[in-house]
Design a protein around this ligand. Structure first.
Ligand code: ADP
Ligand code: GN1
Ligand code: MG
Length: 364
């Protein structure tokens, strides 16, 4: 797999001291190709993250990287201002020798970040304390971005969390049935359609102005936050590709979607998948402690719906991708996107069964 890119040549384009040692696949993101790059500098090994940007999805890499440059600069200033360590507490882009934030070999686009050492991302919540820490990280990130000028950013993936548009795309995939898979998933298709009234629950409030649009992260799952391996404390929010206008309810909701499930996102055995209300309370506490007083009463009231919606939407996206032949989310095995859809649908059912409790817990 690694031989498909000439890593030594790519490394040579960037302004990095030292000699190329190795580059191996890394992490469990579904979108970009991520590698750990090891360099020998003055007798010491140094690490970087090299990513091939998914330019099938991010068609305008220049605009994407413009956003990331602005957001990483903004975060760095805030880390420095509070006396933190910018090499570990935010993402640092390495420039090319020509001064650009990415390199294109004519076909593929690459960027390099400083590797955040002695830190971990988790695929499943290990313990409530880690989840609490991730909530503080994402809450603080939202608080920080409140001072970021939204007009500077390109809306890099329009309608990213527009659930109504996602639903339309799902219906198109069902209609086109390009891989002839519909017949296998009639039950799942019916399930999505029977819940379609959920689609407008937050989008409509954003359109009417009841819920404000802010600069948000939009992909707040647990493996997009790095925790210090020694202290367990949150270090840095990563994966900034989707930072653009969005809603706090979505950012909160996406973390709940991923983290309140004690099983993997693609767990085939649904008896292991369930919504842990205690973890919901844990995340809520951490998030509210950090997000600041700027959260409006309408946003707060809609946090539980944000969780339901992000889970419904994500399940629908997995099922859409399954119907379209697994072209969007990276898969490692047959049926993986369908398994992912199943876990999300189970979680929505679970959440709806305790929705009143979620609402009660979220009140002031
Ligand atoms: P994707 O968009 O595909 O999800 P990410 O940017 O989230 O890609 O990176 C994938 C994984 O790589 C992360 O979950 C994390 O484990 C690891 N990673 C990303 N950036 C860094 C970094 N600067 N230092 C250390 N690990 C990183
Ligand atoms: C993708 O890039 P990654 O793996 O952090 C996806 C999210 C989904 C998530 C589901 C840009 O996130 O929207 O919620 O998979 N990112 C993009 O795990 O589509
Ligand atoms: Mg990621």
């Amino acid at each position: 797999m690694n031989q498909e890119f000439d890593f030594q040549k790519i490394f040579g384009q960037f302004d990095i001291k030292g000699e190329f040692l190795s580059c191996t696949r890394y992490g469990e993101g579904h979108i970009n190709d991520t590698f750990k790059l090891t360099v020998l500098n003055e007798g010491k090994e140094e690490h970087y993250i090299l990513q091939r940007i998914n330019n099938r999805l991010f068609r305008e890499v220049d605009k994407l990287m413009h956003n990331i440059e602005l957001v990483t600069d903004f975060c760095r200033k805030s880390v420095v201002a509070r006396g933190g360590d910018p090499k570990r507490e935010c993402l640092t882009l390495i420039r090319t020798k020509k001064g650009k934030s990415y390199y294109c070999d004519g076909k593929n686009y690459f960027r390099i970040y400083v590797f955040i050492e002695d830190a971990t991302t988790y695929q499943i919540v290990r313990n409530p304390q880690d989840f609490y820490e991730s909530a503080v990280a994402f809450g603080s990130f939202a608080n920080l971005l409140a001072d970021f000028d939204a007009s500077q950013l390109y809306e890099i993936l329009p309608n990213f969390h527009n659930t109504k548009v996602r639903y339309e795309n799902f219906l198109k995939a069902v209609k086109n049935d390009v891989r002839g898979r519909n017949a296998k998933v009639n039950k799942e298709i019916d399930w999505v359609i029977s819940h379609k009234d959920l689609c407008g629950k937050i989008v409509d409030k954003i359109e009417s102005g009841e819920i404000p649009l802010r600069v948000t992260h939009n992909d707040t799952k647990l493996n997009n936050v790095m925790l210090d391996s020694k202290t367990g404390k949150a270090l840095a929010v990563i994966d900034l590709d989707t930072v653009m206008p969005g809603s706090l309810c979505y950012d909160f909701g996406d973390s709940i979607r991923f983290g309140c499930n004690p099983a993997a996102e693609d767990e085939p055995d649904l008896s292991k998948v369930n919504f842990r209300f205690d973890l919901y309370e844990t995340y809520l506490r951490g998030y509210l402690s950090a997000v600041g007083a700027g959260i409006t009463p309408e946003e707060r009231e809609n946090l539980p719906m944000g969780a339901v919606l992000m889970t419904y939407e994500c399940g629908m996206r997995f099922l859409t991708d399954y119907l379209e032949g697994d072209t969007y989310f990276r898969t490692h095995r047959e049926g993986q996107n369908l398994d992912r859809a199943h876990t999300q649908f189970k979680l929505v059912d679970d959440m709806l069964s305790v929705f009143d409790k979620m609402v009660e817990a979220t009140k002031n």
